[in-house]
Design a protein around this ligand. Structure first.
Ligand SMILES: [Zn+2]
Ligand SMILES: [Zn+2]
Length: 262
């Protein structure tokens, strides 16, 4: 079976009409975005003048007369565009990810070669396997419906992979080594003030008080009453750092001159 027949690509992408269930359904194509929709959708969307291509995400502006019956040449171009989109989505690398300009050019050449293999149907199985291995090794989803492990495609074993190689599948050469960014310290609302617990104590009876009437949030997995209490009390007291007793004793033997005092 041809690949185009299995994917539902024959359906109208706008209304979902399928020629298998709607015999006589005819398609029109335009040569601006090469989207292909059914005649009914062309009539519905373009009868009152210029409009945007109704295919999701495409905002190409078109007149009704720009939609025409598909020719064999259109089909070829449409197919190549689909292949390009698919491969570019998988082999998605920017120039700054490569060590040198030369490495980037090699990558572009490799990508073009793989695209052309698929367009001209040479080494299709091997090319698809390479793409699939690359996608799996780099955690790229090629098809949202597919199972995580597919028989026939061997996942790249961890031990075969250099830990600092940017492409674990080894398909793309010359990528810069991944430099793990230094973990950023989490935001500290107390700005370095010690989070001591000297200022308060979580009393068991606070916890038992809330436990009697669980709110939705309290039923969530990982929720801990004692932790919640602890965090509340910490926020309430630790941030202040003001202790009247301490202040009073400093006032009594004041070393710091109080402004305005004689
Ligand atoms: Zn349609
Ligand atoms: Zn379009």
């Amino acid at each position: 079976m041809d690949e185009e027949d299995t994917t539902g690509a024959n359906k109208c992408p706008v209304c979902g009409s399928d020629p298998r269930t709607h015999p006589g359904l005819r398609f029109k194509i335009n040569t601006k975005c090469y989207h292909r929709i059914c005649e009914g959708c062309v009539d519905r969307h373009f009868s009152s003048g210029k409009a945007e291509c109704p295919v999701g995400g495409c905002h190409v502006s078109l007149w009704k007369r720009e939609w025409r019956t598909q020719t064999f040449e259109d089909l070829k171009i449409e197919r190549e565009i689909e292949i390009r989109k698919r491969v570019n989505k998988i082999l998605d690398r920017r120039e700054d990810e490569f060590e040198t300009k030369r490495d980037y050019d090699d990558f572009l050449e490799l990508r073009e070669e793989l695209i052309m293999n698929l367009v001209f149907r040479t080494d299709v199985a091997a090319t698809n396997r390479k793409l699939k291995e690359y996608a799996q090794a780099n955690g790229i989803k090629t098809d949202p419906t597919e199972a995580t492990s597919e028989p026939g495609v061997k996942a790249v074993k961890k031990k075969d992979v250099a830990p600092d190689a940017a492409d674990p599948s080894g398909l793309i050469k010359g990528l810069k080594k991944i430099v793990l960014a230094k973990a950023k310290a989490p935001y500290d609302p107390f700005m370095g003030m010690p989070r001591t617990k000297d200022y308060y104590q979580v009393d068991d009876k606070y916890v038992s008080k809330v436990r009697g009437k669980p709110a939705d949030a309290m039923l969530a997995g990982g929720y801990d009453f004692a932790e919640y209490m602890d965090e509340c009390l910490l926020r309430a007291f630790a941030g202040l750092g003001v202790f009247i007793e301490d202040e009073m004793s400093t006032r009594d033997n004041t070393a710091i001159p109080i402004p305005g005092a004689a």
